[in-house]
Design a protein around this ligand. Sequence first.
Ligand code: NAG
Ligand code: NAG
Ligand code: NAG
Length: 362
Amino acid sequence: MKSIQTFFITITGLFSTAQTKKNLIQVRDEANYSYFQASVNDLLTYDIMNLTQYKKHLYQKFLVALTEQDKMQIISYYRCNKDAHFENKLENILQDISIQDTQIGYTYMPNKSKKQWHVNFADQHLFGFYHTNLFAQDEIQCAEHPLLSHVRAAAEYLGKKVAPLTIEDGPTPILIKDIHRLGVVNVMPTNENNYGLYGNNFARANLKYIDSMSQKIVNDKYLTNFIAMAALGYGSGTYKYDEIKFLFQTAKSSFSLAKELSEGMEVELHTGNWGCGAFGNNRQLIASIQLFAAHLSGIQNVVYHTFDKEGKKGFDEGKKIYESFLRDIKINNCESPNFQLDQQFIMFLTKQNFQWGYSDGN
Ligand SMILES: *[C@@H]1O[C@H](CO)[C@@H](O)[C@H](O)[C@H]1NC(C)=O
Ligand SMILES: *[C@@H]1O[C@H](CO)[C@@H](O)[C@H](O)[C@H]1NC(C)=O
Ligand SMILES: *[C@@H]1O[C@H](CO)[C@@H](O)[C@H](O)[C@H]1NC(C)=O
């Protein structure tokens, strides 16, 4: 008996010295999501993963931009339940929505009269590759907002309800509010490096080049709001009803929660070719799903970052499909007031026989 006791004491002792002390963060529940709110100071007590040399360089370079005042900022994390149910409101569809497209990437430029949300094209594991040498959309956001890695560490520690998983037996998208953008990395090709830094090119560049392409933000730091939602991936052939349903529900829950968390302010959603890179989704389908989900959620403005010519083409065609559905329901709605808008839309899309695309490896 005595030897067992000694054993336990030794183990406990080991843990208490091996781990740094974490500030307490409380998890709370609402009907459709669980969440926590914590200051930057609290979040910094949660240790992040071991970073590769390049990522460590960016992390250290950007994190010093935080002032003592910045560290008082409260950051919020919300995770949708897998059976979250946000109502379909016909009146949202009858309201106008502004839809713009651009090939320029996110600038995160704030506008005091609107609440802006930026979609993170997430993996099932939230920010799953931030510590590696991959540098696609998700990882660039993590590098430029280094506190995201601490938010993830806290979510992992705080238990099942807020676990950093964007899919768990269903869509469980995660929204993160008021997180500092502390740095900028220019990933575009330059004379010195024709490949730039996007995707796998980051790993092939050298540290000196990465350093010259990155800059910390000292004055006028922006607070960014993220929607981390994961698409399905690696399908083939024709999209099936259940696949479209999953994608639509993911976007609908995400955008509805973003709208709710914007507390009555006008909302501007920034998104783009969600899941159309490595996951190989069809650009037209993805555009039409996001546009209708945003409109049905009551979002007033969408800025669609098409990235390139192919993206622009997919967006234009997807927008037409969404608009033709919109015309149909405006005609039909007088006859059937209890229209199941989400189901009707999913059926409508299923009938178009969209084909899965191919993974581009990024
Ligand atoms: C962290 O990563 C470095 C390489 O970047 C490696 O040398 C070191 O062993 C790693 N440490 C742990 C604890 O994994
Ligand atoms: C949350 O979910 C419930 C059903 O579980 C639903 O009735 C309710 O409308 C939802 N709340 C909001 C704010 O959408
Ligand atoms: C901010 O948003 C308002 C409302 O949409 C718009 O009129 C204004 O031009 C925007 N300001 C900037 C600087 O983009």
